[in-house]
Design a protein. Structure first.
Length: 238
């Protein structure tokens, strides 16, 4: 059985080689066939050349890309729709949630009509990397608003660690409209409308000092995208 790991990448020159190796080692250690799909979302640093080093001579690792920064949702969608696996997982390039958190999911693979998503459990051994209060407040506020608007009843909509049976994933991502951070909400809402179950599991998570989130502008973009999604949903376009 083939597993596909999709990683959206934007300016990750410092982390991407170790991330690829860690994922390869994980699946090889379990004797599981896998492919890694890296989707470069218009990086402006040395990410692409570093990825070239990481994937040289490795047919199981592929690089896709957008010529400009289109958003995390657009990158994940491209990776999902080009994947070949029977089960798909997307995760962040910095391994905020370690790939080893798949252990429990692989031990009890979901059915074709079930998606598994992580609930972040913060690892606070190093207080210097505890999630800043502003980011924590925004995350919780977003979850509250999105659940209120769409009735999802999901504790951690934006967790960047989600596991899909291929059929369910390709069906909902093929119809995806939102390219930015709100794409998680759209995907889960579309899945629910198709009768797909959503199971949440706790996963360890570490906040890193380097973040791609710009709190004020990204909050504004999210607000506009939530409004767009609400209008799509209210007008029956989902």
């Amino acid at each position: 059985m083939l597993y596909s790991v999709i990683i959206p990448v934007y300016n990750e020159e410092g982390a991407i080689i170790s991330t690829v190796k860690r994922i390869e080692d994980y699946f090889n250690g379990k004797g599981l066939e896998s492919e890694i799909i890296l989707v470069n979302d218009g990086s402006t640093d040395a990410t692409v050349s570093r990825i070239g080093e990481a994937i040289a001579g490795k047919p199981g690792v592929r690089l896709l890309g957008n010529s400009r920064n289109e958003g995390k949702g657009a990158a994940v969608r491209k990776g999902i729709l080009s994947s070949k696996g029977a089960y798909l997982v997307f995760t962040d390039a910095d391994m905020s949630t370690p790939i080893e958190e798949l252990d429990g999911i692989l031990d009890a693979l979901p059915a074709a009509d079930e998606i598994v998503i992580g609930i972040r459990q913060e690892q606070l051994k190093d207080k210097k990397v505890e999630r800043p209060f502003a980011r924590k407040l925004i995350s919780r506020s977003y979850n509250f608003i999105a659940n209120f608007l769409f009735g999802l009843k999901i504790k951690d909509i934006g967790c960047g660690f989600k596991f899909f049976p291929a059929g369910a994933a390709r069906a909902v991502f093929a119809e995806q409209k939102i390219k930015g951070w709100v794409f998680d909400t759209e995907i889960l809402l579309r899945a629910r409308k198709r009768g797909v179950r959503i199971r949440e599991v706790p996963v360890s998570w570490t906040n890193h000092l380097i973040t791609r989130v710009n709190i004020i502008p990204d909050s504004i973009y999210c607000a506009f995208d939530l409004l767009r999604l609400f209008c799509y949903n209210a007008s029956g376009k989902l």
